[in-house]
Write a protein that binds this ligand. Structure first.
Ligand code: PLP
Length: 380
């Protein structure tokens, strides 16, 4: 199989699996226990915390472990909005956020908050000046670092500067950026930054929120003092250890992987244009992640391409939502103003650590065979 769906999830790195195996084979003591065995397990968690903090240039005390990006986004958005409710009850999110952020915003709406949606330009980027137009009672602005569908990088630092000047806090979903681009939480000036282990060669079901000291945050899960009282529940020790190991390796390999993935992306995009000169690659006029290509090949619908590529052993994601009996344009592409007939042909190819040049060439050959099949299936 040629796996080009690394934005959905990544294979667990062998070193990570080994670190987790070792953690599972430990004493089994609770990291909160005062005895020596407990403290030994605690030390494993604190070492992972240091490694995760280093990946995003933060201090270990800022790291709050969660069950993943979705919980992290919920904790950051809901916990911050609730903690800041005296300041105002409007929360602004960009219109291209992941479902995890839209879901948390929907909860806030049910709780009586007003949600503002920031538009994006046709190039897929948010215009930072839009922050100046937000209502005065906006307490929190949420903007992702890189979009999961198009890979387009967002002007988070510029948005944060404007938001802070107006007394608003900033949440940033950095799930797709971690391990692919350097992240400096301080330089970006973010109050709440969210990352997830399974996007960087770590296990599924573990993530973190990086919280600026003093930034208000009400815990969603309460009951005990875990994670400095911000996230109750006995820690997922093997998951956290795996996350720490993955973070350390991702930081070590960051520069070399970025260069390698960029070269693969260029090779792939060049090949795509040779197969289908009318192919439209979304977001190319903006800075993008080195591993993500979102492309529409006119007349070749996403669902038909996905099936044809799957039969060829190439795993990718549709850049459109498959609805019963058809496809719907992705809200991200719709927000960018991509015409419907093009948006329903969008496919997302995302490479990663295991992707080789040979796989890119083989995937291109498979795409070349899939396009005429998909075009033949599309309604006139
Ligand atoms: N945010 C973004 C941008 C994502 O791409 C994802 C996963 O696809 C998430 C959040 C959710 O993370 P998790 O799968 O760890 O819950």
């Amino acid at each position: 199989m040629i796996y080009l769906d690394h934005n959905a999830s990544t294979p667990v790195r062998p070193e990570v699996a080994e670190a987790m195996r070792e953690a599972l084979a430990g004493s089994g003591a609770n990291p909160s226990s005062a005895h020596r065995e407990g403290q030994h397990e605690r030390a494993r968690i604190e070492q992972a915390r240091e490694r995760v903090a280093a990946l995003v240039h933060a201090h270990p005390e800022q790291v709050v472990f969660t069950s993943g990006g979705t919980e992290g986004d919920h904790l950051a958005l809901m916990g911050a909005a609730w903690g800041l409710r005296e300041r105002g009850k409007t929360v602004a999110i960009s219109s291209i956020e992941h479902h995890a952020v839209h879901g948390a915003a929907a909860w806030l709406k049910d709780l009586g908050f007003t949600i503002e949606h920031l538009p994006v330009r046709p190039d897929g980027m948010t215009d930072p000046s839009i922050v100046n137009d937000l209502p005065r009672d906006t307490s929190l602005v949420s903007l992702m670092l890189a979009n999961n569908e198009t890979g387009v990088l967002q002007p988070v630092a510029a948005v944060a500067a404007r938001a802070h000047a107006r007394g608003m806090r900033v949440h940033c979903d950095a799930v797709q950026c971690a391990g692919k681009m350097p992240i400096d939480t301080d330089a970006l000036d973010i109050d709440y930054l969210v990352i997830s282990a399974h996007k960087i060669g770590g296990p599924k079901g573990v993530g973190a929120v990086i919280v600026r000291p003093g930034a208000p945050l009400m815990p969603l899960l309460r009951g005990s003092g875990h994670e400095r009282g911000l996230r109750g529940g006995t820690e997922n020790l093997p998951g956290i250890v795996g996350f720490g190991c993955a973070a350390e390796l991702a930081l070590r390999d960051l520069a070399s992987e970025r260069t390698r993935l960029l070269a693969l992306r260029e090779r792939f995009e060049h090949g795509l244009k040779a197969i289908a000169p009318d192919a439209v690659i979304h977001g190319t006029s903006a800075p993008r992640l080195p591993n993500t290509v979102n492309v529409s090949i006119p007349g070749a619908r996403s669902d038909h391409m996905l099936m044809a590529l799957d039969a060829e052993g190439v795993a990718v994601s549709a850049g459109a939502a498959c609805a019963s009996g058809g496809v719907e344009p992705s809200p991200v592409l719709a927000a960018m103003g991509v015409p419907r007939e093009l948006a329903i042909c969008a496919l997302r190819f995302s490479s990663g650590r295991t992707t080789t040049e040979r796989e890119i060439d083989d995937a291109l050959a498979a795409i070349g065979r899939a396009v005429p099949k998909a075009r033949a299936l599309a309604p006139a």
